[in-house]
Ligand binder design. Structure first.
Ligand code: ADP
Ligand code: MG
Length: 694
């Protein structure tokens, strides 16, 4: 197999464009892709035509605008290339108009009130900066999605806007450092994706996995992850075949799938691509999740992307590796070797520190979902408190800057900021603090609170926007300064002084940290219901509006969608739990009790001497559990109905603080019953089956 040949074979990438487009058209398009220059609309026809011919050569018969509504998945509406001819035949056609703009009925996508129901039209518009590709015999064209009024109904539009905002402000700062060559600053993202695999035949027997993507019941297997024998362990043959297959599919689509290994929990795995610009990384992460789901059944498996499929073992997240880089290839979070580079690095670092501190609530909100609530703070993933890990060296340097003190290091050279500083940074300190939600890892930050199932767009939109805002403030101040070096020095110093409460190098999983974080005045927002209101705080709305990332109406709609999505998720979980208890668990336990009782009666008939103590004790215990199960399921059913009768935030609050605790209490009884019921009678596969029989 020639991987170099296969890689990107289904992508309308630069080399295909070069081969198939007239030279001027190709050059213009390249300028748009590289620099974001507006594209001359008259070029759309030749591009569309070349795309169509290429797609047909790849076996495509249809095309679709491929977009990302506000629900974490992608949407497609397929049209065939077919066009009738006068003589009753058909030709394959695709116009520039069809490439650039599409119209679709948007009424069934989440809009958070942005679109009146009578105005159901939604528009999609081509994003030439993300390459088109062929998937399932369909030419997929990445597009933005907006309403009739031009309000963004998707995740791509704000992603692109946030990248623009950051680029503009970062360039202002770079100019002050004498950099006139960079034309753009690009944010880069490499999202590591965690997931579970489960045997399809067991999955099919669990309603909770089918409807909710996570188990609502189940006793931990006798063995869990305590032996640490899964992390980086040898891959099981079936899993390895799945990964190979997945890689191949992703490579064809131009996704640089790079690293794959077993994760901490049994049946849990991770895949990391090579980083790219944020827009592409967001698109590719969607393709990665889609392909994982699609490839698994070919191997008799199902891929679970939910953040917490199983209680008692680690959940899945995404590690969002993030940095800023010039179009000339300079990573702005790379400390560099010379004093001047160091000063610039420290300024950008200070900007990130300030941004994360000022907008910690927004960052928390950007990763909030019902399913991620089950993972964050469970002692295996970062807590629901944002803090930054810098590592000892960097913190010592910042201390020195703050106090005008010398940083003692034998290899140090003079820093432009007026302190002796900068050892060679160990580039790879990634794993030195795995508990931090936001860790500096040598030349990038790793934001670890993201859920495994959600699009990576939201946290990156926030990150880009708040760093843009901070750089804007920095640039405003520095542009006025008479003595630039002195001004940089003061700015870095003051920023560290004002924002060091957000820096924490210790164990973020510990209970003490929760207490300390409160004392430091950091935002502690344990649930989605606590976090989502951050979106509509005045200062948070302002940062989006001022940087032209969201209009007010667009933020309000995202708030509505998040709240609505939360309530819907918990509602489905409650309904599934009620169904499973009424139709599976209660009948199963009752049947087992009857069987035991039958035995007691039978033995009694043979001889009154046989006491049947064990059976009777078991019958009594199980009967008690049955009656509690019955009471709780009724209670859950009532609570669920009352919650559903509410709307908006009140509904979400009731689902969070009333329905979920009741569901968990119901789970506790069912789980106890599972421990003493014959497995022959237990109606669903056990945790052991799900986790250890992959
Ligand atoms: P590990 O976390 O396993 O030590 P790396 O730190 O090399 O591995 O990379 C983890 C992820 O970070 C990869 O997806 C990688 O492509 C990405 N990454 C590396 N450099 C950058 C960067 N400058 N910006 C964004 N992501 C990056
Ligand atoms: Mg990592």
């Amino acid at each position: 197999m020639d991987i170099a040949e296969i890689f990107g074979s289904e992508v309308f990438n630069e080399s295909v464009m070069k081969e198939r487009l007239p030279k001027e058209t190709f050059n213009a398009l390249k300028k748009t892709i590289r620099r974001g220059a507006p594209l001359d609309i008259t070029l759309a026809n030749p591009i569309a035509n070349a795309m169509k011919d290429w797609a047909i050569s790849k076996g495509a018969t249809h095309f679709t605008h491929w977009f990302q509504p506000m629900n974490n998945i992608t949407a497609e509406k397929h049209d065939s290339f077919i066009s009738p001819t006068d003589d009753g035949h058909a030709i394959m056609e695709f116009s520039g108009k069809e490439l650039i703009k599409g119209e679709s009925d948007a009424s069934s996508f989440p809009s958070g009130g942005l679109r009146d129901t009578c105005e159901a039209r939604g528009y999609t518009a081509w994003d030439p900066t993300s390459p088109a590709f062929v998937k399932d015999a369909t030419l997929c064209i990445p597009t933005v999605f907006c309403s009739y009024n031009g309000d963004a109904l998707d995740k791509k539009t704000p992603t692109l806007r946030s990248m623009e905002a950051l680029s503009a402000e970062a360039l202002r700062v770079l100019r002050l450092f004498g950099n006139y060559t960079a034309k753009r600053v690009i944010t880069t993202v490499g999202p590591e994706q965690e997931y579970f695999l489960v045997d399809k035949k067991y999955f099919d027997k669990r309603e909770d996995l089918i409807y909710c993507g996570r188990t609502l019941f189940g006793v931990p297997a006798p063995k869990g992850q305590e032996m640490d024998d899964h992390y980086y362990g040898t891959l099981k043959p079936r899993v390895r075949e799945f990964m190979r297959d997945l890689d191949l599919e992703l490579w064809k689509l131009g996704v640089y799938s790079k690293t794959e290994h077993n994760e901490a929990a049994p049946a849990q795995h991770e895949m990391a691509p090579i980083f790219s610009n944020t827009n592409i990384a967001v698109d590719h992460n969607q393709l990665i999740m889609e392909m994982m789901k699609k490839v698994a059944p070919r191997h008799g498996l199902v891929c679970l992307l939910n953040e917490k499929p199983y209680a008692g073992i680690n959940g899945s997240g995404k590690h969002n590796n993030w940095s800023m880089s010039t179009d000339t290839g300079i990573n702005l979070l790379d400390p560099g070797k010379t004093p001047a580079e160091n000063a610039q690095f420290l300024l950008f670092l200070a900007a990130v520190i300030k941004a994360v501190d000022d907008y910690q609530g927004l960052l928390r909100a950007s990763v909030a979902s019902a399913s991620n609530d089950n993972r964050l703070g469970a002692g295996e993933a970062p807590p629901a408190i944002v803090s930054i890990f810098l590592g000892d060296e960097l913190e010592a340097i910042l201390d020195a800057v703050e106090n005008d003190a010398a940083y003692k290091d034998p290899k140090a050279h003079k820093l432009q900021l007026g302190v002796d500083a900068l050892p060679d940074f160990p580039q790879d300190n990634t794993d030195r603090n795995r508990t931090s939600p936001f860790a500096f890892t040598g030349n990038k930050f790793e934001f670890r609170m993201l859920g495994s199932m959600a699009s990576v767009a939201d946290p990156n939109i926030v990150l880009n926007t708040v760093v843009a805002e901070t750089l804007k403030k920095f640039a405003d101040e520095l542009e006025k300064a008479d003595d630039f070096n002195k001004a940089v020095n003061t700015l870095v110093k003051n920023t560290i002084k004002d924002h060091k409460r957000i820096i924490f190098n210790g164990n973020s999983y510990s209970e003490e940290w929760k207490q300390e974080a409160k004392e430091r005045g950091l935002a502690v927002l344990p649930t989605t219901v606590d976090a989502i209101p951050e979106l509509i705080k005045k200062e948070n709305m302002d940062v989006f509006i001022n940087n032209k990332v969201y209009k007010e109406s667009e933020i309000l709609s995202r708030y509505e969608v998040a709240i609505d999505n939360y309530s819907k998720t918990v509602n489905i979980e409650a309904r599934t739990a009620i169904d499973m208890v009424n139709k599976q668990y209660i009948p199963a336990v009752a049947a087992y009790v009857s069987k035991l009782a039958e035995g007691v009666t039978y033995k009694n008939q043979i001889s009154k001497v046989i006491k049947c103590d064990a059976e009777i004790a078991l019958i009594t215990r199980l009967s008690d559990l049955l009656s509690v199960m019955h009471t709780r399921v009724l209670e859950l059913s009532d609570l669920r109905k009352s919650a559903s009768a509410l709307s908006g935030f009140a509904e979400a609050k009731m689902f969070c603080f009333k329905v979920l605790p009741c569901l968990n209490a119901l789970r506790a009884v069912v789980d106890e019953a599972e421990t003493i019921t014959s497995s022959e009678y237990w109606p669903v596969p056990s945790y052991g089956d799900l986790i250890f029989r992959v």
